[in-house]
Design a protein around this ligand. Structure first.
Ligand SMILES: C[S@@+](CC[C@H](N)C(=O)[O-])C[C@H]1O[C@@H](n2cnc3c(N)ncnc32)[C@H](O)[C@@H]1O
Length: 352
């Protein structure tokens, strides 16, 4: 059964009316943006768990696909065999996204962990309905001990669990991979940047989005100097019609989803030529797209943010159309045309 809003409505118990869903999601959202104590209330009530599932399960799932699509093929191949532990799984969001992505190819176990019984029950129900054929999947309260090659995953849960506890779990489990997909806000950027520093100390390798962990993040450096900035991705997509409709009713735009996603790996990766990462979409002009990218500068050997003027000349109409709604966070394979200044480069895309 396809995981759509309408199928979710048929699957879940205690479905609130649409006007009630709107009310509940607004309460949940207020919790997310207020104190950490208040944030926990939504996982203790059945109708809030249902409202959360109806909206966030189908809208959060595509985020993992987007990130996995950005990773080197060698890493994706390796991930199929890993044990996947989704910390703060909620209604199974990213555990189910993992099952969906690796359908028929996964050999590793998938384990969703949450402190809320209601969320765990919901996750199990969703798995039974939407992925009944998938074996080796469980939802539980305890984080299992490290056994096989393991991916530890946080999805919109670092914030609630807190950085200190999350770092302790990383210390205890000592995973092979670490994934984070968190809200694209300045507060989370601060937490994720501290975690990035801690992963560098642990000698992990950056897989996404940074070119290396050996060099300081230029955006975090700026923010520590008091210049307000944060690095995040923006997934731009259209959802199925019923989700589009719900988003409009509850006034939450899901066509543009800011997120902060990071992926680290314990073992070194085979050296690949480092390209640039799109970190901000400024604007489109008659002749170019103006983007900010982050790259490992071959001259200074530092990570730097550079403004790119991406020339439109030579690109097909369909490619230009794609680039108009490109997601932030993709890799940019480019050829330098001219350095207009140290921090403004005119480039041409290398199209494969
Ligand atoms: C915002 S929800 C995210 C759910 C899901 N990962 C998603 O992105 O849709 C956060 C989840 O983390 C869980 N959580 C928060 N603190 C936790 C903790 N200390 N241990 C286990 N789960 C926790 C909550 O119960 C909640 O289900």
């Amino acid at each position: 059964m396809e995981l759509t809003y309408e199928n979710l409505q048929k699957t879940l118990d205690n479905i609130p009316s649409e006007s009630r869903v709107k009310e509940l999601l607004s309460t949940i959202n207020t919790g997310f943006t207020s104190s950490r104590e208040k944030i926990n209330e939504y996982v203790e009530s059945e109708d809030m768990v249902s409202a959360y599932t109806l909206f966030y399960l189908p809208t959060n799932i595509p985020k993992l696909k987007f990130i996995l699509d950005q990773l080197p093929a060698e890493v994706v191949e390796d991930l199929k065999e890993c044990r996947f532990i989704d910390i703060g799984t909620g209604p199974g969001t990213f555990a189910l996204a993992w099952l969906d992505y690796f359908k028929g190819e996964r050999t590793g176990e998938v384990i969703g962990v949450d402190k809320s019984e209601l969320m765990l029950k919901q996750a199990k129900r969703c798995q039974n309905h939407f992925f009944p054929e998938e074996k080796n999947v469980s939802f539980q309260k305890e984080i299992p001990e490290m056994r096989d090659k393991t991916v530890l995953f946080w999805g919109h849960s670092l914030n609630e669990m807190g950085l200190k506890k999350s770092l302790q779990i990383i210390e205890d489990i000592d995973p092979d991979y670490l994934f984070l997909i968190e809200p694209g806000t300045p507060d989370l950027f601060e937490d994720v940047s501290k975690l990035r520093t801690s992963m560098a100390i642990r000698k992990f390798q950056a897989v996404y989005p940074c070119a290396t962990l050996d060099k300081e993040c230029p955006v975090y450096k700026k923010s520590k100097e008091g210049i307000s900035d944060w690095c995040h991705q923006v997934l731009r997509m259209t959802h199925e019609p019923s989700i589009e409709r719900l988003s409009q009713i509850i006034n939450r735009n899901r066509r543009v989803m800011p997120l902060i996603a990071h992926v680290y790996r314990k073992d070194a990766l085979a050296l690949v030529e480092s390209k640039a990462r799109l970190i901000r979409y400024f604007k489109e002009t008659k002749f170019s797209f103006e983007w900010e990218v982050c790259l490992l500068d071959q001259d200074s050997k530092e990570l730097r943010t550079i403004k790119f003027e991406v020339l439109k000349k030579g690109l097909s109409k369909s490619r230009l159309k794609e680039l108009k709604k490109e997601s932030v966070g993709i890799e940019v394979n480019f050829e330098l045309v001219k350095k207009m200044s140290e921090s403004l480069w005119r480039v041409r895309l290398n199209e494969e």
